[in-house]
Ligand binder design. Structure first.
Ligand SMILES: NC(=O)c1ccc[n+]([C@@H]2O[C@H](COP(=O)([O-])OP(=O)(O)OC[C@H]3O[C@@H](n4cnc5c(N)ncnc54)[C@H](OP(=O)(O)O)[C@@H]3O)[C@@H](O)[C@H]2O)c1
Length: 282
C-alpha cells in the first residue's frame, strides 16, 4: 500500500488518482482525512504532517510514501518510515533547489532541508523539482468572482507552468518502481507563459472578457506581506524581481518519463473548468 501525504491538495490528489487508476491501494493522508474526488477506493487518513507520532500511526503496511516538503519533525517521521519497512520515498521539492546552495533564500532553504532530511534517512528516494504550478491560477479565484480584471505580480516573468496532473504521473511512476531511485527530476510544462498569457488563455476557456493588470512591485510586496512571513516575501522577490530563479526553460523530463507531452496551461484550465473559479467551487 502507498501513503500519499497532502492527498487532497493540487498535487497529492493527482498522485492518489493516478495510483488508484493503476490499481494500487492508497492511504490518502491529510488533516481532513478526505478521499479526493475520482479516487474512490483510496483509504482516507486524518493526520498531521507536523507530528511524527501522527505520521507513524499511518505507516502500517506502507511500502512507499509520497511526501510534501517543509513540515516539522521530518527526520523523526522519516526514521519511523525506515523502521516500519517503507521501501522508498518520493519527495515533492521545487525548481528553486538548483540555485547553488543559496540557503539565505527561505524557500530554497526549506526545500533543501527537506531533501537533506530524506537523504540522511537512508531510505531510497526520488526528488521531484517542479516549476510553478498551473493551479497557482486558482489564486485569482476571488478576483474572477469579483469582476473581469486580474491583477497579478511579476508581470514580466515567464514560467513553463506544470499541470499537477503531470507531477502526479511522474510521482506514481517513482512510487511504483525502484528504477527512479536516486534521481532528482526537473519538471516543467510544455510552454513558457507570462501571467498575461495565462489570463488570456483562461479568458478563452472560461468564455469571459478578462483583462490582465500588472501589479506594481510595491503593491505586491504589501499584499504578500499581509499573507506570509517576511522571509518568504523576500524569497519570492529574489526569485522573480532580482531574477535568481529561471522557470522559463522547458524541460523534456515529463515526456521522457511518461511517453507523452506534458499538459498545456489550456488543458489544465479546461480540466479545472469554470466550477474551479466559481465562488462555491473547489
Ligand atoms: N505552488 C507551486 O508553484 C509550487 C512549486 C513547487 C513546489 N511546491 C510545493 O508543493 C506543495 C504542495 O502544493 P499543492 O498546491 O498541492 O498544495 P495544496 O493544494 O495547498 O495542498 C496541501 C495538502 O496538504 C495537506 N496539509 C496541509 N497541512 C497539513 C498538515 N499539517 N498535515 C497533514 N496534511 C496537511 C492539505 O490538506 P488538509 O488541509 O486537509 O490538511 C492538502 O491535502 C507546496 O506546499 C509547496 O511546498 C509548490
Amino acid at each position: 500500500m502507498i501513503l500519499v501525504t497532502g492527498a487532497t491538495g493540487n498535487v497529492g490528489s493527482e498522485v492518489v488518482r493516478h495510483l488508484v487508476q493503476q490499481g494500487e491501494r492508497v492511504r490518502a493522508f491529510s488533516r481532513s482525512g478526505r478521499v479526493p474526488e475520482g479516487a474512490e477506493g483510496a483509504e482516507g487518513f486524518a493526520g498531521d504532517l507536523n507530528s511524527a507520532d501522527s505520521v507513524t500511526a499511518a505507516l502500517d503496511g506502507m511500502s512507499a510514501v509520497f511526501l510534501l516538503p517543509g513540515y516539522q519533525e521530518m527526520p523523526e517521521s522519516l526514521a519511523a518510515m525506515r523502521r516500519s519497512g517503507v521501501e522508498r520515498v518520493v519527495l515533492l521539492s521545487s525548481s528553486s533547489i538548483p540555485v547553488p546552495g543559496d540557503r539565505s533564500n527561505a524557500v530554497t532553504r526549506y526545500m533543501l532541508e527537506s531533501e537533506d532530511a530524506v537523504r540522511a534517512s537512508g531510505l531510497p528516494w526520488t526528488f521531484l523539482r517542479p516549476v510553478g504550478f498551473a493551479s497557482n491560477a486558482l489564486q485569482w479565484k476571488d478576483q474572477l468572482a469579483a469582476g473581469d480584471v486580474v491583477r497579478a505580480p511579476f508581470a514580466g516573468v515567464r514560467t513553463a507552468t506544470i499541470d499537477p496532473y503531470d507531477i502526479g504521473a511522474v510521482a506514481a511512476l517513482a512510487l511504483r518502481s525502484a528504477q527512479h531511485e536516486g534521481q532528482a527530476y526537473a519538471l516543467t510544462g510544455p510552454e513558457a507563459l507570462l501571467p498575461a498569457d495565462r489570463v488570456r488563455i483562461l479568458a478563452e476557456v472560461l468564455d469571459r472578457k478578462l483583462h490582465f493588470e500588472p501589479q506594481p512591485d510595491g503593491e505586491a510586496r504589501a499584499e504578500m506581506t499581509a499573507q506570509m512571513p517576511a522571509e518568504y516575501v523576500e524569497a519570492f522577490f529574489s526569485f522573480y524581481v532580482d531574477g535568481t530563479l529561471d522557470e522559463s526553460q522547458v524541460r523534456p523530463t515529463v515526456r521522457e518519463l511518461t511517453g507523452r507531452e506534458p499538459r498545456t496551461f489550456r488543458e489544465w484550465a479546461q480540466s479545472a473548468g469554470p466550477q474551479a473559479f466559481s465562488p462555491s467551487g473547489v
